[in-house]
Design a protein around this ligand. Sequence first.
Ligand SMILES: Cc1ncc(COP(=O)(O)O)c(C=O)c1O
Length: 423
Amino acid sequence: MFTPSERAIAAGGQPIADLMSRALGNPHLISLAAGFVDQSSLPVETMRVATEKVLGDPQRAQTALQYGENAGLPLFRDLILSRLRQADDLTNHPLTTQNVVVTAGSNQLLNLIAEVLLDPGDIALCAAPSYLVWTGVVKGVGARSLGIATDDQGLIPEALDAELARLESIGELERVKLIYVIPYFDNPRGISMPDARRAAVVEIAQRWSKHHPIHVLSDNAYRELRYRGDDIPDTITHDSMLETVIVAGTFSKSFAPGIRLGYGVLPAHLVGPVTDIKSNIDFGSPCLNQHIMAEVISSGLYDAQVHRVCDNYQHKLQVMLTACDEHLSRIDGVHWVRPDGGLYVWVELPASLDAGSHGELFEVALREGVFYVPGECCFAAEGAPSRPNSMRLSFGVQSPEGIRTGIAALARAIDEVARRQAA
Ligand SMILES: Cc1ncc(COP(=O)(O)O)c(C=O)c1O
């Protein structure tokens, strides 16, 4: 009988996979679940223009169709670096192009970092709740995810400090290798960490690096999807020697996930190990895509696209919040976050209502024609407890009409379950 490797077994059984297959059985369902981007604003024309430009120059076309550098096309890495320098004041920062590694989406970077930093039994700390794929990645390398308490400004530094002290007291500090944060409009709650908290997390990581460096992985997937308010300096600005912070970036949310381009900004000591593992996987991310993306950025088409998608998402976010006001605010004990960016709205129900994938509400919602990500899927197996009464709603994929219909259906489902409970 065939038995897959322990790693393959650890990679299976993700709650979201089961959920998706149950929901995809019904094509009429309104999905407020998937974190996909808006189909209608994908940059088809921009891609056509940039691809023609790259392939129209025979020499460039040949280079683009060849293998490229493992760490990524130098021109593309330079462009990524100059965008980082435009976004933040990094005047005296030691960051150079050598610190930038291009990956196949930021998900590959998350996997590479887990491979490089985590041995089986090691611990990665994250917010409770956090990006559900990340906890799967940690589990996949045989390590443990441990959730830290959060409030409406994200991970609470005092709780992080207290958890590290607790782990030290039980002899487990040596196993802690990484703190994972999503500082901009996080997945799943859509909230951002203020600058002071970012600084505090870096300071705490450095102070507790008693046995070995504890790195901070700052996943900036949603940074460019801001619809309101001022940008916040990146976590990396609090690591003046570039020793502690790893930045994960992606062009999936701001441009197109189909281009599968992300990147890491790494402390120098991690570049070798990360590229060594990457060369075992693919010897470099798709070269043609990097040439096209470099063309998109340098021609100014990228900024134009980011403006377009932000306008579109700002509208859809407003539609979702208005629909929540209209349909959910009359239900006692229902609260939701009003994000300034990103793709998600996080809803919390009264504690007595179980929004989990095996709970009554999930079934009734499916019957009413709507589908969401149960918040319970977004909590690490250890640490701060899961909130089974929570759900993540995405406004990225649905049309404004779909969002309105979906929220109305969700409200009917909540009403029905609450009524049954009261009976
Ligand atoms: C927080 C976060 N990080 C990383 C990713 C991975 O995106 P990609 O691999 O497309 O860059 C996602 C995708 O949803 C995400 O939500």
